[in-house]
Design a protein around this ligand. Structure first.
Ligand code: PAF
Length: 279
């Protein structure tokens, strides 16, 4: 596996693939890789002859007071995992390579970016859309892989790609979970032992609400039940919301729906979501 930090070297490597007619699948990440990322990598490897994984802790998607400085960085271990999984290129630019002097573009996706996490983390999805658009320009992938755990991010990227007619297939990969149901996340390492034990209340609350909704219960009471369960478990919830899976606005019966939640446990903010049968 090549580890590349400069755009010029990335272009040279990708040109060789292009001349050989080999398409590239991209997995954008911020590192601190776990089995969830590896599921993306394995899916990417099945999709195209070449796989590029980016590791870039993107300052543009962190707000003031968020965890940019303490976000886990462990490139050597990440690189070993990626090499073991048959990745061709680890694209690991520094900030000044991703955003050189004079960089002046922001990609802003209205609508899907404005609700839920977008309302609680102003500017977050502009940062995500901007770096993902830049990564697509740099890597020119035929397909890019994103985890469904970041469901709103996936919706934002899909909207951006559709609106800008970008020639890349966006593939969402189901959330990978610990044995007790907690969604894998690089941020789980912030949890101490007691918090980790309580964190399982998040997927459980979503599961209980999902079953209530598929029995036909009233959405407002299912959501209220999930919020109450989270609060009882010691979470400070930002939101629990049932939304249309594409627009992230009010759910429409007969269309795919999703139940999403974000909640803080101590200093750690966790998110999760689940598909809902809303007929
Ligand atoms: O999901 C992430 O790790 C990041 O938001 C992404 C897509 C790599 C953009 O920085």
């Amino acid at each position: 596996m090549q580890i590349i930090r400069r755009l010029e070297a990335l272009r040279q490597a990708l040109d060789l693939y292009a001349h050989a007619g080999e398409g590239v699948a991209l997995v954008p990440t911020m590192g601190a890789l776990h089995a969830g990322h590896m599921a993306l990598v394995d899916a990417a490897r099945r999709r195209a002859p070449r796989t590029v994984v980016s590791i870039f802790v993107n300052p543009k998607q962190f707000g003031p007071g968020e965890d940019l400085a303490r976000y886990p960085r462990r490139e050597a271990a990440d690189a070993q995992m990626l090499a073991d999984h048959g990745v061709d290129i680890l694209w690991a630019p520094e900030v000044d390579e991703m955003y050189p002097a004079g960089f002046a573009t922001t990609v802003s996706v209205s609508g899907v970016s404005e609700v839920l996490d977008g309302a609680h983390r102003p500017g977050h999805f502009d940062g995500v859309a901007t770096v993902v658009a830049r990564l697509f320009g740099q890597v020119r992938p035929v397909a890019a892989f994103f985890g469904e755990k970041d469901f709103q991010q996936l919706a934002v990227v899909r909207r951006m790609v559709a609106d800008l007619s970008l020639p890349v297939e966006i593939v969402g990969v189901p959330t990978q979970r610990e044995d007790d149901g907690l969604a894998l996340s690089s941020r789980n390492i912030y949890l101490d032992e007691a918090e980790r034990a309580r964190a399982v209340a998040l997927p459980r609350a979503l599961g209980v609400a999902e079953r209530a909704l598929s029995r036909g219960d009233d959405p407002a009471s299912a959501v209220a039940g999930a919020l109450a369960a989270l609060t009882r478990a010691g979470f400070d919830p930002d939101y629990v919301a049932l939304v249309d899976a594409e627009t992230l606005r009010d759910p429409v019966r007969g269309r795919p729906a999703r139940l999403l939640a974000a909640a803080r446990l101590g200093t750690t903010r966790l998110i999760d979501n689940i598909a809902v049968d809303f007929d």
